[in-house]
Ligand binder design. Structure first.
Ligand code: FE2
Length: 274
C-alpha cells in the first residue's frame, strides 16, 4: 500500500545507520499492510527496543525553554520516529498530534500521563493513565494528552507518528491548549509551554478549562517558568509577572477545590449520620 511513497535512497541510507532494534521497527511498520494505533503498538512491542538503543538521540541538555528534549530518529514516507528526553520535572503542554492519524509511544520511565476531552470550547480531564516503564500506549487522531516526568531520574521515550498518505511533517499543526492565555496554539514543532512567537503558526481564542484541568495546567506552566527564571533571573520581567499571575490563579483554584472537597465531606458526613 505504501510503495508509492517510498524514497529508497534516502530511507535505506538512514535505515542502515540505525541500531538493529530501530531498523527492525522501521521494517515491521513498513511491512504492515494496514496501520492503526493498535497495530503500531504491536510493531513497537515486536521491535523490542532497548532504551540504550535510543541514547544517540538523548537530549538531556535541552534548553530550559524547551519543555523536554526532542530528536527525530527517522522520517519514513508516511511516518516518523522520535525520541523524547525527560528530565525530572519536564512536562509537555496539553496537546494533540496535528496531522498524525495513528501512532504509539513507548516510555522507558514512570511518566505521569493524563488524557483530555475537548468539546464546545471546554477542555476537561478524562483520566490519569501513568506509564509503567517500558509500556506502550496508543496514539489516535483524537488523542489530547500531557505527559511528563514527576520522578527524580531522567528517562527516554520512543514516539511513532504516522498517517495513511505521504506527509512531510506528520505532526504539523499540532494543537497546544493554553489555559492561561485561553487559546489553542498551532505549531509544527515541540509542544512546549510558553512557545516563542516564531513557533506559533496560529492562535484560536476562546479556550476554557474545568477547574481540575486548569489547576494542573497552571501548576505545570508555573513550574516551567520558575525553572526558566532560575537559569536567568535578570532579564525576565514578563516571566516574573506571569508567574505571579499564575500563583494567584492557582491559589484561587486551590481554595475552590478545597471548598468543593469540604462540601463533599460535609455531604458524606450528613449522609452517614442518617
Ligand atoms: Fe503527545
Amino acid at each position: 500500500m505504501k510503495t508509492a511513497f517510498l524514497h529508497p535512497s534516502r530511507s535505506s541510507q538512514a535505515l542502515a545507520s540505525l541500531p538493529p532494534s530501530l531498523a527492525r521497527l522501521v521494517k515491521i511498520i513498513r511491512a504492515s499492510a494496514r496501520l492503526t494505533p493498535e497495530i503500531v503498538c504491536q510493531c513497537a512491542i515486536e521491535a523490542k527496543v532497548d532504551p540504550q538503543d535510543l541514547l544517540p538521540w538523548a537530549d538531556f541538555k535541552h534548553p530550559v525553554t524547551d519543555s523536554y528534549g526532542r530528536q527525530l530518529v527517522y522520517h519514513g514516507e508516511n511516518f516518523e520516529i522520535m525520541v523524547m528526553s525527560w528530565l525530572p520535572g519536564d512536562f509537555s503542554a496539553i496537546h494533540d498530534h496535528g496531522a498524525a492519524e495513528w501512532g504509539a509511544v513507548q516510555c522507558f520511565g514512570a511518566a505521569e500521563h493524563y488524557t483530555y476531552n475537548f468539546e464546545n470550547g471546554l477542555l476537561s480531564t478524562l483520566k490519569r493513565t501513568d506509564y509503567i516503564p517500558n509500556s506502550v500506549k496508543q496514539v489516535d487522531k483524537y488523542l489530547i494528552h500531557q505527559m511528563g516526568n514527576p520522578g527524580k531520574e531522567p528517562f527516554l521515550s520512543l514516539h511513532i507518528y504516522g498517517k495513511d498518505s505521504f506527509e512531510k511533517n506528520i505532526t504539523k499543526n499540532s494543537r497546544i491548549f493554553d489555559l492561561f492565555e485561553g487559546s489553542i496554539k498551532l505549531t509544527d514543532g515541540g509542544v512546549f509551554f510558553c512557545l516563542p512567537e516564531s513557533q506559533i503558526k496560529q492562535r484560536i481564542y476562546g479556550l476554557r478549562g474545568d477547574a481540575e484541568t486548569t489547576l494542573r495546567h497552571h501548576q505545570r506552566m508555573r513550574d516551567r517558568l520558575c525553572r526558566i527564571l532560575s537559569f536567568d533571573s535578570d532579564t525576565q520581567t514578563d516571566i516574573k509577572l506571569t508567574i505571579l499571575q499564575l500563583e494567584r490563579k492557582i491559589a484561587s483554584l486551590d481554595s475552590l477545590n478545597n471548598a468543593d472537597n469540604h462540601s463533599e465531606n460535609m455531604a458524606r458526613l450528613s449522609l452517614s449520620s442518617k
